[in-house]
Design a protein around this ligand. Sequence first.
Ligand SMILES: O=P(O)(O)OC[C@H](O)CO
Length: 416
Amino acid sequence: QTEIQWWHSMTAVNNEWVTDLARQFNESQKEYKVVPTFKGAYDESMTAAIAAFRSGNAPHILQVFEVGTATMMASKGATVPVAKVMQDAGADFDPKAYIPAVAAYYTAPNGQMLSFPFNSSTTIFYYNKDAFKKAGLNPDKAPATWPEVFEAAKKLKASGHSCPMTLAWNGWTQLESFSAWHNVEFATEKNGLSANGHKARMKINSPLHVRHIDNLAKAAKAGEYLYKGRGSAAQASFTAGECAMIQTSSGFYGDVAKNAKFAYGLAPMPYYPDVKGAPQNTVIGGASLWVMAGKKPEEYKGVAKFFEFLSQTKVQAASHQRTGYLPITMGAYELTDKSGFYAKHPGTDVAVNQMVRKVTDNSRGIRLGNYVQIRTIEDEEMEQVWAGKKTAKEALDAIVSRGNELLARFERSYKQ
Ligand SMILES: O=P(O)(O)OC[C@H](O)CO
């Protein structure tokens, strides 16, 4: 039996999900065995894999968050394009089956799909209906705009709720998705997606960005927004019932469905109603699967077989329903719809509806070099704002100048 190592970053219910996928594949045939291993959070597993690649111990498959995509694309020689892996193995694989926003994100300017779309997500809004009821808010109507969110937070606070609102993945939900949703530029060169994407520079200190981060700073000061840490850290405070509203990944749904001991609602991201063109669409997050270089032909065949298994519409539909990650193909969406899943679980189609809209250059997606490090800068600077040590404008200006230094470094080292 040929072993295929798969490094990933899935925890809790999503960890059970990837373990099940590997088990189902292993039981479906005898030649290959996929071995999933949790290697820490997304940024940690990526760093671990780069180090392992240098010492010749990389896994065959690496799950990389969207943030690392431009860096992986530029690491020619460290990875094998998924299109090539599938073609060499004569595998049944149609990149066109994928939702365009998903496929385009993982495709090189020359049209070759570089990584395998796996757990694509987008940002959505979750709220605790029981807490809303207690605060005299309509539990069946989520706040649709930012002014309504701040108003709801005030009422929750007045009703004695200790944490009206929290936010996970601050850079992703409040800067990246926020920009696309309001159809404002996040970075030049079509947010890094143009053929000259390596020349992109950040633009997130616009008046709208400043106004929004300033509003959040005021809510933080009033105890209406509580910062709960980087990445997905804030999510646990929602499922525990501590925080009544959260903005985070659609891939948090499986956790909420299993662990929330209260009535909850899923709703679209809020927007500023005075911004022309809002709401636009949200961008993809989550991760894709990269195939690492330097492995044996037989092993690549196994990788292709596993990806063929994952490409089945029924497998994709089941994954989407279980986790809340997007149905990455139209087929998986249609199968889910036909099964009555969306009707039975209201709100589970919010993520899809936010994504399948006509995109603009501001909303197609965000793909920047050295972005793993830039996300950390965003966290550092916004933490200064939540702590009252910097104004929104100072922090956003600092993100732009510090981020642009890293983007300039990426541009200098970039090889076509
Ligand atoms: O929680 P995930 O897997 O949807 O990932 C969230 C963000 O996209 C990570 O950058």
